[in-house]
Design a protein. Sequence first.
Length: 693
Amino acid sequence: MSWFVQQSNLEGLLQRHVKMAAEIKNLDTDLQMLVYENYNKFISATDTIKRMKTNIVGMEANMDQLLSKITSVQSKSDTVNTSLFDKRENIEKLHRTRNLLRKVQFIYDLPTRLNKCIKTEAYADAVRFFTGAKPIFEAYGDTSFQDCKKASEEAMDLAKLYSDSEPIEARAEAVVLLKQLNFPVDNLKSNLLEKLEDCLLNFQNEPTQSSIGDISKTFRAYLIIFPDSERRLIELAQALFSNRYETVRENLKKRIPSTDLLAMLRSLWEDATAIDEVIPEAALPAFSLETTRDIIRQHIATAFLHLQSEISEALVRTHSTSNEKLEESQLQTAMETSKIKVSQGCIDLLQEFHHLIDGNIELLVKLRDLIIDWVQEGFQDFFQKLDGHFHVLSGRSKKKTQESTMDSVQIDKVPTVLVLMLAQLCVYIEQTTVPKVTEELASSFFGGGARSYEYGPPFVPGEICRLYHSSGEKFLHHYINMKTQKISKLVNKRFTTPVWIKHKEPREVNMFVDLLLLEINGVVSEVKQILPGIVRRHRHSDSTGSTTSSRSNPMREDMLNRSNTHRARSQFLENHLAKLFEQKMEIFTKVEYTQESVISTVLKLCLKSLQEFVRLQTFNRSGFQQIQLDMEFLKTSLKEFVDDEAAVSFLLKEVNNAAHERCLDPIPLEPPILDKLINAKLAKIKEENPSMR
């Protein structure tokens, strides 16, 4: 303390004083609390001592009484022992004899007891009784207790016989009891295993009749009873699950929802896990994983196959009604139905497959990346196969060796409207369906990558779009070719049947023109219901842009007033001079997916075919005039079908020029006569079709 006083200043001493005063006060308070607590304990102990003293006051007299009674009992006991000492040995001997008689009585009563246990199905008690008596039977069974032993063994044989009719679990317990009796149970093994096979077969056919828990307990019991039967049990377990998975495969042949498939796979996985706890050597989880992998892949492939069949059926229904008279907008309805079937079918498949990767089954979590790859590969393969199927429906898919013999047959068998629908459907798939599927795959089926990188990405939308773009163009050209060839047959028949060199003077437009317009009307009807239209451009009447008719040209009227020979020679010269000064016209342009483009292309090809057939004939004056009349009427009638009137007028003029070149006496009809015949034809058409007025 003196050192602290020397080292500290006044302020430090004051602080130390305050701190020590507080500590002293705290210690004083703690001391008071201890005093109060000890005082309370002292008071409580005093009360307890008083209570104990009060209770002990009456015990001393009771102890004296108890001591006197114990002394009295002891004296009486000594008196009894003294009097019975001589008889003790006899009593003990009688007691041993009594116990022996009880055992003998038990042996004699054993057959009755065993029969009673058998009636009450208490086989465990029967075994316990027989096991207890077995040492006596082994020692004296051939002499004194021979009858008892024989009756007991007959009763146990009856118990064994009864146990064969018990359920599989009860019989397994019975085998344990039989083992306790040293009964040879090996001969029962095959019988019990056959019963187990029947039980598993019933479980496979009617799984609701029993549970996998019962099967698991049975396997466990068999392993305990017959440890050497493990290999056979493994084979039975594997066969059970192989058959159950095969049943799932059979169900896949019919289109089942993914939710139902997941329910079946979940049940099988849980059952395999339960059996695996008993027989891990069977490797059922690994087998289930491999089998489920194949089943899901088969399910995805089957779903795509069913979708392709549905799309094909929708198109074939159009095929079956194509030869009938179609009502207005019926083709348009069929086209929209096919589009919906393709687009909505793909979306429905994506929703179905989404359940497979959203399932919370441990099995599916392991297969998630593979499932994503399979779905993407499935769409790639589906679109490619669908394109090939479209080519089969259109009649374009054939071997090279059959091309020469198949063309005419296929054109007659395959409806042209089906080919046009396929062309438009290819455009729809390229522009709408593939982008929609690509977007859905990117948002819901991301990941994957389980396949090797050397094979590239499983789904390549650009490749599919190029494929359908190419196929659409092929189908469109195929449709145009089919229509053109059909009309060309009509034109060929028209020009090869009559003898043009002896043709009579024309009196009306030939019936061939009506047939030609009927075919063109059919093309227009099909195209307008399937292909989109465009805003019509400004009409041009001829290749030079002139709006005046060739029949109203003053120069031609002056020339027609001259002599026939001079007029024919002048007209021939005029046509050749006109070709020199006409501007170059592009007749055949790229075909587009529009009504106007397809109709114009068909008309141009037909007129070009008509021109070529004309060049193969030789005409007299009347034949040339008939061609002139027919072409002039067509020029008027075809205006309502096409936008490019200039090209059509040019081709019609080329037909006239070809006839002029092949005519022996090329003198055309007078304009008044030409107008009269055309007006007569128009009037006749109005009479036959009053709705055209």
